[in-house]
Design a protein around this ligand. Sequence first.
Ligand SMILES: [Zn+2]
Length: 214
Amino acid sequence: MFAAGPVLGSSGRQSGPVPWPHGQITVRDETRSYGQDVRAAITAWNSAGVHVRLRLVRGSAPADVTVREVPRETLKQSCPKRDCQGHASNLGFRGLPERIELLRQGPAGFHTPFRTILVAHELGHILGLGHPPGRACAIMTSHVAGGCPAPPVGWAICGPLERDVRAAGALYGSSPRAYAPVCPISGGPASGARPPWRQLASGRWAGPELPEKP
Ligand SMILES: [Zn+2]
C-alpha cells in the first residue's frame, strides 16, 4: 500500500543538520486528531535504540517542538508539493522553537499506522534527518517508506526502519535493540501477536519480506 504513495513529507532548510545538544527534545501536541499518532511516533523513536529522547509535554507547557494540524491552504505555504501531508520547520537543532505542521484531516481519535509514520517522518526531520536518495526502505524517504517491501497482510510500518535508525544513530549514537516497526492495520495493540519483522543483533532487519542480508 505504500509503494505508489504520494509525496508526503518535506522539510525546511536542507543544510548542515546539527544534533540537539541535550539528548532530549520536548514536544507539545496542539493537534485535534493526531494525538494518538504523535504519542505512537514518539514511542516508536524512543524504542528504536537511538541515544536521543523525545518527550511529550502536558498542556501548554513550553516545548522545543510544537505539532499543529493545519488546513491544506496553510500547509501549501510551507510545503507546496502536491499531496504534501506534513512539514517540519528545520532539520536538526538551531536554538529556536521548531514546528511540525500536519494536514488537517480525520476526526478526533482517528489513528492509523500511516499517520503514525507521517508524524515519525516529521520528527525525523526535527532530529536532523533529511530524505535519503532513491528508493531506500526508510520512513525518511519523501514517499515515507514507499521503497519498502510490503509488510505481511494485516500489518503496516509504523516506526523508524533500520536505515532511519542508522541515520539517527550517526547523529546521536545508538544501541541496536529488538524493536519491531510494524503495527496491526486494525490499530489495536498487537496483543499476543508476534511482530513479523525483527531486528537482528547486527542491527539489520529481518522478516518474511525483507530478507536477512549478509
Ligand atoms: Zn520529509
